[in-house]
Ligand binder design. Structure first.
Ligand code: BES
Ligand code: MN
Ligand code: ZN
Length: 502
């Protein structure tokens, strides 16, 4: 979707030609003597419209307005949350028609700081996204252009630019998340990274099976063994600051399809395991946004990408493999493959001497049970980093919730045949998975986002959400102004609980 920012006061709004004029109406609004203000006042007086969040009133060729369709939508107090639900409701109502040119009007809001732009523009972008990559007919493009009307465009310019860049990143993450596994192979993900490297300040390096084996990534290699598709290890860099400034490293789980391997998953809904690379997609999307916004910081993106398949050569329950860190791993369940590819990527991250490492993974069904689709699970051995991520989530409306990392949760990961097992019991599955990763993240401030519940939707609305690109971007932007997170104690295995360290 293409957005354009325009100053439109009420009189000019009335004269603006478009297929649909979507007006956000706050509960407290100054009166005016133009056609639009009169219409809102009359409808309110008659009890046909109330500016409660999400309330809608539609009109066709309203008198005194140049718009073909008018949609009034209440935003209550005008808070970002209400703006989001209002725009989503209005866009859903518009879906049936064939509006191509949309005016999204924020001019009636008291919003000097441009706070409403972010949720308005992102919800508008979200609602207009249409998947088409593997459809024979490209569906009617509903909304290609939207004019975002505000009371003072120059004042809203920065917020507008940020939201536009973010919308592009989210759309890219959704697109790659949605593509089926045969159209989003490890090599195709690598291709997406190469495309990103054409953008300013971004470079990409792609490693194949030989190079990965040479690095000693025995754990990642083991997962990829069962597939005919060769693995790819994608290294993305965004350089927005001096070369010597320590980067933030993002590690995205890139399992392009997760059958479970020999510990095979049940057939029902297995198709949704094409979304098991949404962590990787969120890294690609974040880099798209970095290219658009050009913030002053350095970021590295690491994506271990492969399929998890059953095969004659596939890993078997009980197999022991050597990770890049030197730790040996007993693979008790081949379906706990995400942690097996991430652990080697975490070890690889050490070479960047990062100020922080954040991994993003559709890691456990247990996290879906714990938090559903509302908040991503967030685990961190570093309180400052955890707080930054939590706040970034709240600001961007891409929520997460901190989960525990008490060492006692790692008890079940003991193995009689290796240094560590890849699964513990059923209880606390999201936490024990995080404890496994923590063993490989002792040398830098680290956080883990389990996005198994938030990265995609099931059922009729099946599709990728683009989360947590907004959270990641908000976090990264917050790092341009502040000092690096305080390093946690290097040894993580015997670390105290987060509460004790606080
Ligand atoms: N990709 C899955 C996690 C998943 C499952 C996400 C369902 C969303 C919905 C992951 O690789 C996996 O299979 N995890 C196992 C771990 C278990 C074997 C310890 C799980 O959650 O069942
Ligand atoms: Mn799995
Ligand atoms: Zn998986």
């Amino acid at each position: 979707m293409n957005f354009e920012l325009k100053t439109l006061n009420r009189a000019r709004l009335c004269a603006e030609k478009c297929d649909a004029l979507l007006v956000l109406v706050p509960q407290e609004m100054a009166s005016g003597n133009d056609a639009l203000s009169r219409l809102i006042a009359a409808a309110t007086r008659a009890g046909d419209f109330e500016a409660k969040p999400g309330n809608l009133l539609q009109a066709y060729r309203p008198e005194g307005l140049a718009a073909t369709r008018l949609l009034l939508v209440g935003v209550g107090d005008g808070s970002p949350r209400h703006v989001r639900s209002a725009v989503l409701a209005a866009m859903a109502a518009l879906k049936s028609g064939k509006a191509l040119r949309l005016v999204l009007c924020l001019s009636l809001l008291k919003d000097a700081a441009g706070q409403a732009i972010h949720p308005a523009l992102l919800s508008c972008g979200d609602a207009s996204y249409q998947y088409s990559a593997t459809k024979s007919k490209v569906p009617n493009k509903h909304f290609q252009r939207a004019v975002v009307a505000v009371a003072d465009a120059p004042a809203a310019k920065a917020a507008f630019a940020k939201a536009c860049g973010l919308a592009q990143g989210i759309a890219l993450a959704r697109e790659w998340g949605n593509r089926p596994a045969n159209h989003a192979t490890p090599e195709k993900l690598a291709g997406a990274a190469r495309e990103l490297a054409k953008l300013p300040r971004i470079s990409a390096q792609i490693l194949g099976p030989k190079e990965v084996a040479k690095l000693g990534m025995g754990s990642f290699t083991a997962v990829a063994r069962g597939s005919e598709e060769p693995l790819r290890f994608i290294v993305l860099r965004y350089q927005g600051a001096l070369k010597n400034q320590a980067p933030v490293v993002l590690v995205g789980k890139g399992i392009t399809f997760d059958t479970g391997g020999i510990s095979i998953k049940p057939a029902g809904e297995m198709d949704e395991m094409k979304f098991d690379m949404c962590g990787a997609a969120s890294v690609l999307g974040t880099f798209r946004t970095l290219a658009a916004l050009q913030p002053k910081l350095n970021v590295v993106g690491l994506i271990p990408a492969c399929e998890n398949m059953p095969d004659g050569r596939a890993i078997k329950p009980g197999d022991v493999v050597s990770s890049m860190s030197g730790l040996t791993i007993e693979i008790l369940n081949t379906d706990a493959e995400g942690r097996l590819v991430l652990c080697d990527a975490l070890t690889y991250a050490e070479r960047f001497k990062p100020r922080a490492v954040v991994d993003i993974a559709t890691l456990t069904g247990a996290c879906v049970v714990a938090l559903g689709g509302v908040r991503s699970g967030m685990f961190s051995s570093n309180d400052a980093l955890a707080q930054s991520l939590m706040e970034a989530g709240e600001r961007s409306l891409d929520l997460c919730w901190r989960m525990p990392l008490d060492d006692i949760y790692a008890e079940g990961l003991k193995s009689n045949f290796a240094d560590i097992a890849n699964v513990a019991g059923r209880a606390g599955g999201a936490v024990t998975a995080a404890k496994f990763l923590q063993r490989f993240a002792g040398k830098f401030p680290w956080a883990h986002l389990d996005i198994a519940g938030t990265a995609w939707k099931s059922g009729a609305a099946k599709g990728s959400t683009g989360r947590p690109v907004a959270l990641l971007v908000e976090y990264l932007l917050s790092q341009t102004e502040s000092s690096p997170a305080k390093p946690s104690r290097p040894k993580s295995v015997k670390s105290r609980s987060p509460a004790a360290r606080a």
